[in-house]
Design a protein around this ligand. Structure first.
Ligand code: NAD
Ligand code: ZN
Length: 245
């Protein structure tokens, strides 16, 4: 199979992942049929940086949505594990993830090989001073609008909200990986959130083979060399095993 040969021949494989790689771990996506925003479209508007900073009720809703969130109990699935194992089996794997759940690292991929484009839910920062805390410790306090222990400022998860720009250094490194990849896999993303989605264009313009693995169509399908509309937790381990074998 031509796709397997290309993966096998690559020295660097860039992998852009989205919420769809974690649905098999029990974390709902946003735009899939059971997605958070498909079911409650108003949730999109609530989670903008402007509303979060201005409105205590938005903050309470935000913290409520993360208390008892499925991601705290989630374990990596076969797709996370297969990508971690693919790294070092011949090719180097670098993951550029839109997810905030930390499951690539939990599956064994070194933290330095995972670029978290939209941040992480595992740490929390003060919006007024440099204080950084573990989110589980903040949640254990049980407050509905928790404040900074140093300055009383508003605390916010280290996740990128709408209206917030991505970390420039992380995005720059992600673009570098995309440009250097010979094969670029986009897995489990509706590719509707920019600038993350346009990493596909960066990869294609630099000559990478673009492979999209996603159940639903995406705006980048026509740029892809291969589009696999299949179950991620089945097809990704199959691809990785074939490429290693
Ligand atoms: N796990 C997480 O950390 C998590 C969860 C939800 C949302 N988010 C955030 O929400 C934003 C949403 O954008 P996105 O593109 O990542 O997600 P999205 O919800 O827009 O798209 C997910 C895509 O995955 C597909 N999909 C879901 N499960 C699948 C499966 N088992 N097999 C094949 N395809 C499957 C769906 O068809 C959908 O098109 C991101 O910015 C991300 O930061 C993160
Ligand atoms: Zn503070």
């Amino acid at each position: 199979m031509e796709l397997i040969d290309r993966i096998r021949g690559a020295r660097l494989i860039g992998v852009l992942t989205g919420a769809g790689i974690s649905t098999a771990s029990g974390i709902p996506d946003y735009r899939g049929p059971d997605g958070v925003w498909t079911r409650t479209p108003s949730a999109v508007n609530a989670f903008t940086l402007e509303n979060f900073m201005a409105d205590a009720e938005v903050r309470r809703e935000f913290w409520r949505s993360y208390t008892g969130h499925a991601a705290w109990r989630a374990e990596p699935n076969a797709a996370h594990r297969a990508l971690a194992e693919l790294d070092g089996s011949g090719a180097a794997v670098r993951v550029l993830t839109q997810n905030v759940d930390g499951l690539h690292q939990k599956a064994g991929l070194a933290a330095r090989k995972v670029l978290e484009l939209h941040g992480t839910m595992h740490t929390t920062r003060c919006t007024s001073c440099p204080v950084r805390l573990s989110t589980t410790e903040v949640l254990e306090r049980g407050e509905d609008d928790p404040r900074c222990p140093e300055c009383g400022g508003i605390l916010k998860l280290d996740v990128v909200l709408f209206g917030q720009t991505l970390d420039g250094e992380v995005l720059g490194r992600a673009r570098h990986v995309a440009a250097a990849s010979e094969v670029f896999l986009a897995i489990g993303s509706s590719l509707q959130v920019e600038p993350a989605a346009s990493l596909c264009t960066v990869a294609v313009r630099s000559g990478a083979t673009l492979v999209i693995v996603n159940r639903d169509p995406t705006p980048y399908d026509e740029d892809a060399d291969f589009v696999l509309r299949e179950d991620i937790e089945t097809v990704v381990p199959e691809l990785c095993a074939a490429a290693e074998g």
